[in-house]
Design a protein around this ligand. Structure first.
Ligand code: AMP
Length: 565
């Protein structure tokens, strides 16, 4: 066995060391603008934004942020679905020297408050409909200014005229905010701000571009510090992997949300790196996705298994022309082989599985795209400049092929650390290796396999849910004495959230009441779908609840059902 057996599989077109330009993320936008000023950078529900418009709008946004007092290293939050304002806000904040904090628009007041406080964000760019939620928590945070924008702001006429009515019907209310005081309107900024370039020194290796929140390997949401180098190196690796793609000629379908690191790297950065067109959809809806592919003809379609499954299961999938799709990289969760085969048959393109995590910007491993060599169930081989080994408990010596241990990685995409949490950062590193918290093994030829998650992260329908987040809310309910939340197998969502509850003596409550309570305090995707009331919960000798035992019980039950049917 060679030291890096996976290198034997690299095709001659991919070098295992990369040569990217060491310039900050936003300078790739300057480069794309200079090369392709009139090419379409963004397509959004019928409206096109050229690289010239994107570049100038980003500079306007940057100059406006500076006029609000934003300085190098200040945090600017973005709470938007995928839309042009999200791209402009992202590159604009970086031009201004700020650190972007991506925030999920589904977050409740409690979750927004936690993230704003932890990151210390001074400005938030958000969807107008979120204004009531944000204004309720603002006094507990460092937020000094709110910039609001509406989906309609970037819709073509007459969609822009009709949209406010649709929105009012959908949400039951509409929001009218004036451009005054701490409230600012995106449309006004685009009118008044100047697109003048900003001179600012940047340290490619050290400067943080993004704080991306994740439960990481130890539970509570933490801000992962990703530097300009982390993001550019990972996007360049992706570009190297997709070596048949041509600069300025590809179209990337942007369904993955930008508030998740995968969508951000594989769509928001990669697209600009290549001077490509990104086709943005504000939310995943199978029918709209199919129509968009049919009409807009994307060539690249990064996604997660649930997205590809949703598309394949649509009753009219055959009616749409999906033949433009050339390459798809699936991440976030295991991709079933039958889905891969079926999707490739329907589209004629390639779909391969990759692996990674927020702390690695995110991708570290993937299967080869333009190769017929298929290693069933594997997440592939390490990307260029990336090394990976399997480590045993407390060990610093890699385990031999076939042995299960913790997957560890090393490469330029590995985070700088967790924001304000040096001890947590230290806990994830061993002898220069980043410990992923995932259990797996490598075969003789260097292909990696995920066995299980060491940590307790639940991935339901592509969303990451941290049990502790949900448990904290449940523990606030007056009837609950003890609870534990776990991800249990679910045929559609992959996993779903189940809460095991022990009630206080003599106190009663119902599933409906708990559901209502959770919905008031948690984003909908985190709300438990199943409740089970128990007299006690399984625990270790020191009283730690054994979540894994409950998951095993659940899997056993499913096995029994399968055997009996
Ligand atoms: P996130 O930080 O949100 O990107 O989540 C990272 C976690 O997703 C990893 O630690 C894995 O547990 C899981 N994950 C990512 N890709 C895969 C994959 N291909 N197969 C199984 N689990 C995956």
């Amino acid at each position: 066995m060679t030291e890096k057996p996976w290198l034997a599989h690299y095709p001659p077109e991919i070098s295992h060391t990369l040569n990217y330009e060491s310039i900050p993320v936003h300078e790739y936008l300057t480069r794309a603008y200079k090369k392709f000023p009139l090419k379409v950078a963004i397509h959004f529900l019928g409206r096109d934004v050229s690289y010239k418009e994107l570049y100038e709008s980003s500079l306007k946004f940057a100059n406006y942020l500076k006029s609000l007092g934003i300085q190098k290293g200040d945090r600017v939050a973005i709470m938007l679905p995928n839309c042009p304002q999200g791209v402009i806000g992202y590159y604009g904040a970086l031009f201004a020297g700020a650190i972007v904090v991506q925030t999920n628009p589904l977050y409740t007041e409690r979750e927004i408050s936690y993230q704003m406080k932890d990151s210390g964000a001074k400005v938030i760019l958000a969807l107008d409909i979120l204004f009531p939620r944000i204004s309720k928590v603002i006094k507990d945070t460092d937020l000094e200014n709110i910039i609001l924008t509406g989906i309609k702001d970037y819709l073509p006429f007459p969609k822009s005229l009709v949209y406010p009515f649709i929105q009012k019907k959908q949400y039951g209310f509409s929001v009218k905010v004036e451009h005054r005081g701490m409230n600012h309107l995106f449309t006004e900024i685009m009118k008044v701000a100047k697109p003048s370039p900003i001179e600012m020194p940047f340290d490619f290796e050290e400067d943080i571009a993004l704080l991306q929140y994740t439960g990481g390997t130890t539970g509570f949401p933490k801000g992962v510090m990703l530097t300009h180098k982390n993001l550019i190196s990972n996007a360049s690796m992706c570009n190297a992997w997709l070596y048949k793609c041509k600069e300025g000629e590809e179209s990337i379908l942007g369904i993955l949300p930008f508030f998740h690191v995968y969508g951000m790297t594989a769509v928001l950065i990669l697209s600009v790196l290549l001077g490509n067109r990104m086709i943005l959809l504000p939310k995943f809806d199978v029918e709209t996705a199919l129509k968009t592919i049919d009409k807009q003809k994307p060539t690249l379609f990064p996604g997660a298994p649930t997205i590809y499954i949703g598309i394949l299961n649509h009753p009219d999938v055959q009616k749409y022309d999906l033949s433009s799709i050339v390459a798809c990289l699936s991440g976030s969760a295991a991709l079933p082989v039958e889905i891969q085969d079926k999707f490739e048959k329907v589209t004629g393109g390639k779909l391969v599985e990759g692996y990674g995590l927020t702390e690695t910007s995110p991708v570290t491993h993937a299967n080869l795209i333009y190769s017929d060599q298929r290693v069933k169930g594997s997440v592939g081989i390490p990307w260029p400049d990336t090394e990976s080994v399997i480590l045993g408990v407390e060990s610093t010596t890699p385990l031999p092929p076939g042995e299960i241990g913790e997957i560890a990685v090393r490469g330029p995409q590995v985070m700088k650390g967790y924001w304000n949490r040096p001890e947590d950062t230290e806990m994830t590193m061993r002898d220069g290796w980043f410990l992923t918290g995932d259990l797996g093994y490598m075969n003789e030829s260097g292909y990696f396999f995920i066995v299980d998650r060491k940590k307790d992260l639940i991935i339901a329908g592509g969303y990451n849910i941290y049990p502790r987040d949900v448990e904290e809310v449940l523990y606030e309910h007056p009837a609950i004495q003890e609870c534990v939340v776990a991800g249990v197998p679910d045929p559609y969502r992959g996993e779903t959230v189940k809460a095991y509850i022990v009630l206080k003596d003599g106190v009663a409550t119902t599933e409906e009441e708990l559901d209502k309570f959770c919905r008031e305090n948690l984003a909908a995707f985190k709300v438990p779908r199943i409740y089970e009331f128990r007299k006690e919960l399984p625990k270790t000798a020191v009283g730690k609840i054994l979540r894994r035992n409950l998951i095993e019980e659940e899997k056993e039950k499913l096995k029994q059902v399968a055997l009996e049917s």
